[in-house]
Ligand binder design. Structure first.
Ligand code: ADP
Length: 449
């Protein structure tokens, strides 16, 4: 976290430096252009001064060093002395100033584009790139060809086509380095602007990053496929059982009993899955609405432990709650927080070992100091291998699918926990040692007094 903040800080300092440099570059351009215009307007007078100085050197014996100094003074004077500008040079200065303003304007517009954007001249050379484009392609020299930014043949062909035909072009770019990404580049020729604005670019290219959109679409498709698969399995079993009961098992009371019992279990499984799916969609919808109520975690935990005591007894597991706190207030929703701890304690009982124990501990983090509440749910079951830990809160992720199904699991419990904790600005950490057990820890900010 510290390293991330540090990187963010360095990034923002670099950004500010870059902005200042740009401003300096612009300012230098603004000063240089009127000076050049004045020099152009006074070039006849300067020629005369140069000829006279040469005469003084050749015929009058003036030292060349003094002559050079005098000439430099005359050039500086002609460049920067505003008063007495001739009408022509005043017009040239005004035109140059208008050009500077126009250039500044379209650069500002390109900088304000919320996607990476670059502007090219009619020869395909870079005129300006906003910071997002520099982040995407790395800083590039103004005046360099587009090929120095990207060697993608489709992009370069589309740039050429757009410049030649003056027609809008779009092209998809696929990159694998450093990470896989898909970009949509749109090229818009600026023919009209070139007529209206001094020195305006010929082509504007914007890049839209479609990678995140693709990832979300893939996640949605995977989720639908997983949910359908989970529902189809018990459904297939129910259909098969009905056919058997109508056929071969019609007159076999013992077989009928077995089939009906298993059908009941499968229907139960489907109903749990539908409940969890609905629950997940509800918490996802509300994830960005911070809860407004006040909840006492000591009460929530004591209610959850009491509710799950019978389940622990059936599994021959000693379930205990340890808390030195009388009250532990958080901003929250009672039902959602109860669902979090119910899920964690149920898992600890389900995946713990018979004859073992499950401990629920409530305290402060850091110990003894106000700030955040820490709730540990610890079991002494078989534990979870390290490679599974980062994926446990993914929907339908299970260490052992068969074991989870056998224990009535849907693979959605920890995903629901994660979303509820996000809504409560909480955190979930999981520590586990194979053969020794697992501890699921929840951190929640203390309610402001
Ligand atoms: P499930 O409905 O399968 O229990 P969860 O999302 O609640 O789904 O948990 C995901 C997976 O995490 C479980 O299938 C199980 O493999 C693993 N898991 C969760 N809690 C524990 C635990 N206390 N001990 C061992 N494994 C656990």
């Amino acid at each position: 976290m510290g390293a991330l903040e540090g990187a963010g800080c360095v990034g923002s300092i670099a950004q500010q430096l870059r902005l200042r440099l740009d401003r300096l570059r612009l300012r230098a351009g603004e000063l240089a252009e009127p000076a050049l215009a004045r020099l152009a307007g006074r070039r006849l007078a300067l020629c005369l001064v140069a000829v006279l100085t040469l005469l003084f050197v050749v015929a009058g014996g003036l030292s060349p060093r003094v002559a050079l100094l005098g000439l430099a003074g005359a050039v500086a004077f002609a460049a920067f002395w505003r008063k007495g500008d001739s009408a022509a040079s005043a017009a040239a200065t005004a035109a140059a100033q208008a050009g500077v303003d126009a250039r500044r304007l379209w650069r500002m517009v390109i900088d304000a584009v919320p996607d990476p954007a670059v502007a090219l001249d009619p020869a395909g050379r870079l005129v300006h790139a906003n910071h997002l484009a520099e982040d995407l392609f790395g800083t590039r020299r103004v005046g360099g060809h587009m090929a120095s930014m990207s060697r993608d043949p489709d992009l370069l062909a589309a740039v050429e086509e757009a410049l030649a035909s003056r027609q809008r072009q779009t092209v998809e770019l696929h990159g694998r380095v450093p990470v896989e990404r898909r970009l949509l580049a749109t090229m818009v020729p600026l023919g009209h602007a070139a007529g209206l604005l001094h020195d305006a670019p010929a082509l504007l290219i914007t890049f839209r990053d479609l990678t995140e959109q693709d990832r979300l679409a893939r996640m949605r498709a995977d989720f639908v496929a997983n949910a359908s698969h989970e529902l189809r399995t018990p459904l297939a079993y129910l259909k098969g059982s009905v056919e058997t009961l109508q056929g071969s098992a019609r007159d076999d009371p013992a077989a009928r009993e077995v089939f009906l019992r298993t059908m009941g279990e499968q229907a139960e499984r489907m109903s749990r899955l539908v409940d969890d799916l609905l629950s997940l969609s509800r918490v996802e919808m509300r994830e960005y609405l911070p809860p407004s109520g006040e909840v006492d975690l000591a009460t929530v935990l004591s209610d959850v432990v009491q509710t799950l005591e019978p389940m622990a007894q059936r599994a021959d597991i000693a379930l205990t709650l340890h808390s030195k706190e009388q009250t532990a207030l958080v901003r929250g929703d009672y039902d959602e927080l109860a669902q979090v701890f119910q899920n964690l304690v149920q898992n600890a009982i389900k995946y713990g070992h018979s004859g073992g124990k499950v401990e629920v501990r409530l305290g402060r983090e850091p110990a003894g100091k106000p700030g955040r509440w820490r709730i540990d749910v610890a079991d002494d079951g078989p534990g979870i291998a390290a490679q599974h830990l980062p994926r446990l809160t993914e929907r339908f992720y299970r260490v052992n699918v068969a074991a989870s199904r056998e224990k009535g699991g849907t693979g959605l419990g920890l995903a629901i926990v994660k979303h509820i904790l996000n809504r409560h600005r909480g955190e979930l950490t999981i520590a586990s040692t194979l053969g020794q057990g697992s501890t699921f820890s929840v951190l929640l900010p203390e309610a402001p007094v």
